[in-house]
Design a protein around this ligand. Structure first.
Ligand SMILES: O=C(O)CNC(=O)c1n[nH]c2ccccc2c1=O
Ligand SMILES: [Fe+2]
Length: 213
């Protein structure tokens, strides 16, 4: 994980404390207004441009048992944020790296973090696109933390669906997280956190990074 040089602001120390506490208590942590809105806007523009450039692979085919038609699920593309058209995504990655790096000293689950994937940019194209209940890392593939940054302005899950439903194994609760603009969520990637993406009826963008331990 790259150490950033930017000064440790008071705000960022409070944020690190918040993340550590929530990950310790719930294994899930939601951070709102993660970046300045302008940064979020710039990232959203880059993601839309990637879609226009047809950088996304066709979503996985999810046959809908109820009807004959198949539903295309998530469409994805990967980036390390270094290409010219993805530098704001690169900025997002560096800011998440910085939080993870600062958490390393404080959190059992984070202390062995040794690296991460590139960023996976996902688009659920609406029309009921969803992701069935799953565990990101069921068989110890090295991924320990899932970080998802959402880009969806004015998202209303009552009419658009698309919420992330988490079913934490060790807590008797279900968390329903709306994929709203500038929201970041962390959760342990292993069997502690089965989760699903409910059918989305509007275009739904997210950027995910997984950290390895
Ligand atoms: O977008 C969300 O709120 C949650 N999203 C997920 O859990 C999720 N999990 N694993 C994947 C693997 C490949 C492609 C997309 C995904 C994916 O959206
Ligand atoms: Fe997942």
């Amino acid at each position: 994980v790259i150490n950033t040089a930017h000064p440790r602001s008071k705000k960022s120390n409070a944020l690190v404390k918040y993340v550590v506490e929530h990950m310790q208590k719930f294994g899930i942590c939601v951070v709102d207004k993660f970046l300045n809105p302008e940064n979020g806007d710039a990232i959203l523009e880059e993601v839309k441009a990637l879609r226009d450039e047809k950088a996304f692979h066709d979503g996985q085919l999810v046959s809908d048992s109820a009807s004959a038609k198949d539903i295309r699920g998530d469409m994805i593309t990967w980036t390390d944020g270094s290409d010219p058209g993805t530098k704001n995504i690169g900025f997002l990655i560096s800011r998440i790296d910085s939080i993870i790096h600062q958490c390393k000293g404080h959190l059992e689950g984070f202390k062995n973090i040794s690296g991460r994937t590139e960023a996976m940019v996902a688009c659920y194209p609406g029309k009921g696109a969803h992701y069935v209940k799953h565990v990101d890392n069921p068989n110890k593939d090295g991924r320990c933390v899932t970080c998802i940054y959402y880009l969806n302005k004015d998202w209303d899950s009552k009419t658009m669906g698309g919420s992330l439903q988490l079913y934490p194994r060790e807590h008797d609760m279900m968390a329903s997280v709306d994929p709203i603009f500038n929201r970041l969520i962390f959760f342990w990637s292993d069997r502690r956190n089965p989760h699903e993406v409910m059918p989305a009826f509007n275009t739904r963008y997210a950027v995910t990074v997984w950290y390895f331990d």
